[in-house]
Design a protein. Structure first.
Length: 189
């Protein structure tokens, strides 16, 4: 019975979350939160370094990292709540929804014929060319290139997941308000 109740709550929260529309008011709140976010590079350098390694859009990894740093978690929850969000999770989820829709619209505007497979092939070819240039003797350089490539690939895959997750309603809102949304995002940086 307890498991059924938990499952029902999860389903209901998903339905509620999905029904929550993007609005100018909420995006202004998101922008204000981003602008007033603490400088974690200064206040929590170890957290900041680990945060930089998390692909954008990986909310679960971000929340797990936050839980490892209670002081940073408290700060994020505080600035998120001051901006009108329930907590850090609701702030991150809303931000990712906006960024997913923005990415989808930008990809459609700037590269309507984008092909993730072709893009990967081009990156792989560029990697092979750079490795050939380094030669067999620079094992450290080759290892660094391979590491960079894997990071780029992981980020590209995460970006494509984000773009695919953007709902039609979110994309429509962003399309109709693109310049305004972009100005709010840049104000929050």
């Amino acid at each position: 019975m307890k498991n059924c109740l938990v499952l029902l709550l999860l389903i209901m929260s998903t339905i509620t979350f999905a029904a929550d529309e993007l609005t100018k008011t909420k995006i202004e709140s998101m922008s204000a939160a981003m602008k007033n976010a603490p400088d974690f590079e200064v206040s929590h350098p170890e957290f900041h370094q680990k945060q930089e390694l998390i692909p954008m859009g990986d909310i679960d990894a971000m929340l797990a990292l936050l839980k490892q740093y209670p002081d940073a978690n408290k700060e994020v929850n505080t600035f998120a709540q001051k901006a009108g969000f329930d907590n850090a999770e609701s702030f991150y989820r809303y931000t990712i929804r906006v960024m997913s829709a923005v990415s989808a619209i930008m990809q459609g505007k700037h590269n309507p014929n984008y092909n993730a497979g072709r893009n990967r092939e081009m990156r792989e070819q560029a990697l092979k060319n750079r490795m050939r240039f380094l030669g067999e003797h620079d094992k450290e350089g080759i290892a660094e290139l391979e590491k960079e490539f894997k990071q780029m690939q992981a980020q590209e895959e995460q970006n494509q997941k984000m773009i695919a997750s953007a709902s039609p309603a979110d994309k429509q809102f962003i399309r109709e308000n693109f310049n305004w949304v972009m100005s709010k995002i840049s104000q929050g940086e």
